[in-house]
Design a binder for this molecule. Sequence first.
Ligand SMILES: Nc1ncnc2c1ncn2[C@@H]1O[C@H](COP(=O)(O)OP(=O)(O)OP(=O)(O)O)[C@@H](O)[C@H]1O
Ligand SMILES: [Mg+2]
Length: 256
Amino acid sequence: MSSFKQVTAPDASLRKSGESDLRIIRVRDLRYHYPDGTMALDGVDLDLRHGESVAVFGANGSGKTTFIRHLNGLLHGEGLVEVCGFEMGARASATTLAEVRSRVGLVFQNSDEQLFMPTVLEDVAFGPANLGLAPEDAAARARAALEQVGMLHAAAKAPYHLSAGEKRRAALAGVLAMQPEILVLDEPTTSLDPPGQRDLLRLLRNLPQAKILVTHDVDFAGALAARAVFFERGRIVADGNIREIIEHFHWSRVSE
Ligand SMILES: Nc1ncnc2c1ncn2[C@@H]1O[C@H](COP(=O)(O)OP(=O)(O)OP(=O)(O)O)[C@@H](O)[C@H]1O
Ligand SMILES: [Mg+2]
């Protein structure tokens, strides 16, 4: 018997479970269209519990990146997006947005969108400094995070001089330095060499945070998460055991 559910409608049973206090993310019927009219999200439902990891799969253009951009208020659609008990959306106050952004660490699909300070150290310290830490404390956190991703040696470099994989590591350090409650990673293994991918896996496994991992790398995802969701044309059409979802959607890279 399959242990993942094919989702065709919002799951009413979740609403009755009485476990809302364990949920760190609650999304209901989220819809979003881009200004050019593209319907990128067409009714997304998702729950995530504290400390839980979920892989997000789906074809190119199915809405994965658009979806995670709603989790820290970079985009606002219609429907409910609740993060750490805060309701997001167009009417969310600046205080709510700041609260949520300090709790949701988003590593972008494109690192160039993330790195903007003159040096790597300043870039990674920017988030903690923004949280109100004294400059020396923010720098200490930044150094620790750079150490975690094997990039301390590059602290004084300009981010735009880094290699692609180094940029990914620096972007991840910037998020780790915030010590967020939820890590949202959009294609984190892209550009990482195989030892870098193993290091990242080990690092993520040892972090207690809830994780949302958007990736086409099914092996990496399977090593990190027991659960997956599958996006199709702006909807989550399956949610459950990662192995079964990979098999059901023929999502492994090697055909049997
Ligand atoms: N700024 C934009 N304006 C218009 N359409 C957009 C914009 N950004 C994304 N889209 C469209 O929205 C849809 C969802 O895109 P999204 O980037 O969320 O896909 P994805 O699942 O992350 O894909 P990939 O696996 O390639 O990263 C696609 O059809 C895309 O062309
Ligand atoms: Mg994407």
